[in-house]
Design a protein around this ligand. Structure first.
Ligand code: AMP
Length: 229
Protein backbone atom coordinates (compact mmCIF):
# COMPACT_ATOMS: atom_id res chain seq x y z
CA UNK A 1 0.00 0.00 0.00
CA UNK A 2 1.33 3.41 -0.97
CA UNK A 3 -0.05 5.98 1.42
CA UNK A 4 0.40 9.68 2.14
CA UNK A 5 -0.75 11.13 5.45
CA UNK A 6 -1.51 14.87 5.22
CA UNK A 7 -2.49 17.42 7.81
CA UNK A 8 -1.31 20.49 9.69
CA UNK A 9 1.66 20.24 12.06
CA UNK A 10 0.51 18.59 15.27
CA UNK A 11 -2.40 16.76 13.65
CA UNK A 12 -0.93 13.45 14.82
CA UNK A 13 0.53 12.35 11.48
CA UNK A 14 3.68 10.87 13.03
CA UNK A 15 1.83 9.00 15.77
CA UNK A 16 -0.69 7.48 13.36
CA UNK A 17 1.89 6.77 10.64
CA UNK A 18 3.99 4.79 13.15
CA UNK A 19 0.94 2.63 13.91
CA UNK A 20 0.21 2.11 10.21
CA UNK A 21 3.84 1.12 9.66
CA UNK A 22 3.74 -1.43 12.49
CA UNK A 23 0.35 -2.98 11.63
CA UNK A 24 0.68 -3.11 7.85
CA UNK A 25 4.45 -3.66 7.59
CA UNK A 26 5.28 -0.65 5.41
CA UNK A 27 8.18 1.76 6.12
CA UNK A 28 7.30 5.08 7.75
CA UNK A 29 9.06 7.87 5.88
CA UNK A 30 8.92 11.22 7.67
CA UNK A 31 10.77 14.03 5.90
CA UNK A 32 10.85 16.11 9.12
CA UNK A 33 12.70 13.26 10.90
CA UNK A 34 15.09 12.93 7.96
CA UNK A 35 15.87 16.68 8.12
CA UNK A 36 16.42 16.60 11.88
CA UNK A 37 18.90 13.73 11.39
CA UNK A 38 20.66 15.60 8.59
CA UNK A 39 20.92 18.73 10.77
CA UNK A 40 22.30 16.70 13.72
CA UNK A 41 25.02 15.29 11.43
CA UNK A 42 26.29 18.89 10.82
CA UNK A 43 27.01 18.18 7.16
CA UNK A 44 27.01 20.84 4.43
CA UNK A 45 23.43 20.00 3.47
CA UNK A 46 22.51 20.05 7.18
CA UNK A 47 23.67 23.65 7.47
CA UNK A 48 21.69 24.53 4.36
CA UNK A 49 18.35 23.18 5.64
CA UNK A 50 18.72 24.17 9.30
CA UNK A 51 17.53 27.75 8.86
CA UNK A 52 14.32 26.63 7.16
CA UNK A 53 13.44 23.96 9.73
CA UNK A 54 14.18 26.22 12.73
CA UNK A 55 11.92 28.99 11.46
CA UNK A 56 9.12 26.69 10.30
CA UNK A 57 9.63 27.55 6.62
CA UNK A 58 9.68 24.89 3.92
CA UNK A 59 12.95 23.43 2.69
CA UNK A 60 13.21 24.08 -1.09
CA UNK A 61 11.38 21.54 -3.27
CA UNK A 62 14.44 20.35 -5.20
CA UNK A 63 16.27 19.35 -2.00
CA UNK A 64 13.24 17.52 -0.54
CA UNK A 65 12.32 15.81 -3.81
CA UNK A 66 15.83 14.45 -4.27
CA UNK A 67 15.96 13.04 -0.73
CA UNK A 68 12.54 11.38 -1.04
CA UNK A 69 13.30 9.95 -4.48
CA UNK A 70 16.44 8.34 -3.12
CA UNK A 71 14.58 6.97 -0.07
CA UNK A 72 11.73 5.50 -2.15
CA UNK A 73 14.17 3.69 -4.42
CA UNK A 74 15.38 1.50 -1.54
CA UNK A 75 14.19 -2.13 -1.52
CA UNK A 76 12.04 -1.80 1.64
CA UNK A 77 9.67 0.52 -0.28
CA UNK A 78 8.98 -1.96 -3.07
CA UNK A 79 5.64 -3.12 -1.66
CA UNK A 80 4.55 0.18 -0.16
CA UNK A 81 5.23 2.97 2.31
CA UNK A 82 3.57 5.65 4.35
CA UNK A 83 4.83 9.17 3.67
CA UNK A 84 4.46 11.62 6.54
CA UNK A 85 5.16 15.32 5.95
CA UNK A 86 5.67 14.84 2.21
CA UNK A 87 4.45 16.13 -0.19
CA UNK A 88 3.88 19.61 1.24
CA UNK A 89 3.52 21.56 -2.02
CA UNK A 90 1.80 20.87 -5.35
CA UNK A 91 5.27 20.81 -6.96
CA UNK A 92 6.32 18.05 -4.57
CA UNK A 93 3.11 16.12 -5.27
CA UNK A 94 3.81 16.28 -8.99
CA UNK A 95 7.41 15.15 -8.45
CA UNK A 96 6.15 12.23 -6.37
CA UNK A 97 3.68 11.23 -9.10
CA UNK A 98 6.46 11.33 -11.68
CA UNK A 99 8.82 9.24 -9.55
CA UNK A 100 6.12 6.61 -8.92
CA UNK A 101 5.03 6.59 -12.53
CA UNK A 102 8.61 5.92 -13.66
CA UNK A 103 8.59 2.86 -11.44
CA UNK A 104 5.17 1.76 -12.78
CA UNK A 105 3.47 2.58 -9.48
CA UNK A 106 0.91 5.02 -8.09
CA UNK A 107 -0.44 6.26 -4.78
CA UNK A 108 -3.32 4.23 -3.35
CA UNK A 109 -4.58 6.60 -0.70
CA UNK A 110 -4.12 10.03 0.85
CA UNK A 111 -5.36 10.42 4.42
CA UNK A 112 -6.09 13.98 5.52
CA UNK A 113 -6.17 14.52 9.29
CA UNK A 114 -8.40 17.49 10.11
CA UNK A 115 -7.66 19.31 13.40
CA UNK A 116 -8.64 22.77 14.65
CA UNK A 117 -5.92 25.46 15.10
CA UNK A 118 -6.54 25.79 18.87
CA UNK A 119 -6.13 22.06 19.36
CA UNK A 120 -2.88 22.16 17.36
CA UNK A 121 -1.31 24.88 19.50
CA UNK A 122 -2.41 23.02 22.66
CA UNK A 123 -0.88 19.78 21.39
CA UNK A 124 2.39 21.11 20.01
CA UNK A 125 3.33 23.35 22.91
CA UNK A 126 3.02 20.28 25.20
CA UNK A 127 4.73 17.86 22.84
CA UNK A 128 7.98 16.19 23.89
CA UNK A 129 10.03 13.80 21.74
CA UNK A 130 12.58 11.15 22.70
CA UNK A 131 16.01 12.07 21.40
CA UNK A 132 16.92 8.41 21.14
CA UNK A 133 13.92 6.50 19.67
CA UNK A 134 11.61 9.30 18.47
CA UNK A 135 8.66 8.28 20.70
CA UNK A 136 6.18 11.14 21.09
CA UNK A 137 4.67 12.28 24.43
CA UNK A 138 2.18 14.94 25.51
CA UNK A 139 2.73 16.50 28.93
CA UNK A 140 -1.01 16.44 29.73
CA UNK A 141 -2.61 13.68 27.63
CA UNK A 142 0.23 11.18 27.48
CA UNK A 143 2.97 12.12 29.96
CA UNK A 144 6.05 9.92 30.47
CA UNK A 145 6.14 7.89 33.72
CA UNK A 146 9.36 9.65 34.82
CA UNK A 147 9.45 13.35 33.84
CA UNK A 148 11.95 14.00 31.04
CA UNK A 149 12.62 10.30 30.34
CA UNK A 150 11.29 8.02 27.62
CA UNK A 151 9.18 5.07 28.93
CA UNK A 152 10.42 2.82 26.13
CA UNK A 153 14.19 3.39 26.09
CA UNK A 154 14.94 5.83 28.96
CA UNK A 155 16.20 8.34 26.36
CA UNK A 156 16.10 12.07 27.06
CA UNK A 157 12.88 13.90 26.11
CA UNK A 158 13.19 17.31 24.47
CA UNK A 159 10.99 20.02 23.02
CA UNK A 160 11.53 20.69 19.32
CA UNK A 161 12.71 24.24 18.69
CA UNK A 162 9.92 24.71 16.17
CA UNK A 163 7.27 23.72 18.74
CA UNK A 164 7.33 27.24 20.27
CA UNK A 165 4.03 29.09 19.91
CA UNK A 166 5.30 31.82 17.51
CA UNK A 167 6.91 29.23 15.25
CA UNK A 168 3.82 27.01 15.45
CA UNK A 169 1.70 29.92 14.15
CA UNK A 170 4.14 30.36 11.27
CA UNK A 171 4.04 26.65 10.46
CA UNK A 172 0.22 26.82 10.40
CA UNK A 173 0.35 29.77 8.01
CA UNK A 174 2.79 27.93 5.75
CA UNK A 175 0.51 24.87 5.86
CA UNK A 176 -2.53 26.90 4.80
CA UNK A 177 -0.71 28.65 1.97
CA UNK A 178 1.44 25.88 0.55
CA UNK A 179 0.02 22.51 1.58
CA UNK A 180 -3.77 23.05 1.66
CA UNK A 181 -3.95 23.22 -2.18
CA UNK A 182 -2.86 19.58 -2.18
CA UNK A 183 -6.23 18.59 -0.73
CA UNK A 184 -7.92 19.66 -3.96
CA UNK A 185 -5.20 18.04 -6.03
CA UNK A 186 -5.87 14.64 -4.43
CA UNK A 187 -9.66 15.14 -4.17
CA UNK A 188 -9.79 15.49 -7.94
CA UNK A 189 -7.84 12.25 -8.25
CA UNK A 190 -10.45 10.52 -6.03
CA UNK A 191 -7.89 9.11 -3.58
CA UNK A 192 -8.36 11.49 -0.63
CA UNK A 193 -10.11 10.43 2.58
CA UNK A 194 -10.75 12.89 5.41
CA UNK A 195 -10.34 11.74 9.00
CA UNK A 196 -11.35 13.74 12.06
CA UNK A 197 -8.06 14.15 13.94
CA UNK A 198 -9.50 15.95 16.98
CA UNK A 199 -10.39 12.90 19.15
CA UNK A 200 -7.92 10.85 21.22
CA UNK A 201 -5.15 8.88 19.49
CA UNK A 202 -6.95 5.50 19.76
CA UNK A 203 -10.18 6.84 18.29
CA UNK A 204 -8.37 8.40 15.33
CA UNK A 205 -6.47 5.15 14.87
CA UNK A 206 -9.75 3.17 14.74
CA UNK A 207 -10.98 5.37 11.87
CA UNK A 208 -7.71 4.93 9.96
CA UNK A 209 -7.52 1.18 10.55
CA UNK A 210 -11.05 0.72 9.18
CA UNK A 211 -10.28 2.75 6.07
CA UNK A 212 -7.08 0.80 5.38
CA UNK A 213 -8.72 -2.59 5.97
CA UNK A 214 -11.49 -1.64 3.51
CA UNK A 215 -8.88 -0.48 1.01
CA UNK A 216 -6.99 -3.78 1.29
CA UNK A 217 -10.23 -5.80 0.88
CA UNK A 218 -11.13 -3.71 -2.19
CA UNK A 219 -7.69 -4.22 -3.74
CA UNK A 220 -7.75 -7.96 -3.21
CA UNK A 221 -11.28 -8.32 -4.63
CA UNK A 222 -10.16 -6.33 -7.68
CA UNK A 223 -7.15 -8.57 -8.24
CA UNK A 224 -9.37 -11.70 -7.74
CA UNK A 225 -11.66 -10.41 -10.48
CA UNK A 226 -8.70 -9.80 -12.77
CA UNK A 227 -7.51 -13.38 -12.22
CA UNK A 228 -11.05 -14.77 -12.85
CA UNK A 229 -11.60 -12.67 -15.92
P1 AMP B 1 7.69 18.06 10.46
O1 AMP B 1 8.45 17.21 11.42
O2 AMP B 1 6.97 17.25 9.39
O3 AMP B 1 6.77 19.04 11.14
O4 AMP B 1 8.79 18.93 9.64
C1 AMP B 1 9.64 19.83 10.32
C2 AMP B 1 10.22 20.82 9.33
O5 AMP B 1 10.99 20.13 8.33
C3 AMP B 1 9.20 21.62 8.54
O6 AMP B 1 8.70 22.74 9.26
C4 AMP B 1 10.04 22.04 7.32
O7 AMP B 1 10.95 23.06 7.65
C5 AMP B 1 10.86 20.78 7.07
N1 AMP B 1 10.14 19.86 6.15
C6 AMP B 1 9.67 18.61 6.44
N2 AMP B 1 9.09 18.06 5.37
C7 AMP B 1 9.16 18.98 4.37
C8 AMP B 1 8.72 19.00 3.02
N3 AMP B 1 8.05 17.98 2.48
N4 AMP B 1 8.97 20.13 2.30
C9 AMP B 1 9.65 21.17 2.82
N5 AMP B 1 10.08 21.21 4.08
C10 AMP B 1 9.86 20.13 4.87
Amino acid sequence: MRIVILGPPGAGKGTQAKRVSKKYGVPHIATGDIFREIIASSSEIGKKVEKYVKSGELVPDEIVNKIVRERLSRPDCRDGFILDGYPRTVEQAKALDRALENAGEKLDLVIELEVSDDEIVRRLSNRRVCRNCGAIYHLINNPPKIPGKCDKCQGELYQREDDREDIIRNRLRVYRERTKPLIDYYLKRGILVKVNGNPKVNEVWEQIRKILDEQIALKSSRSDKLMDG
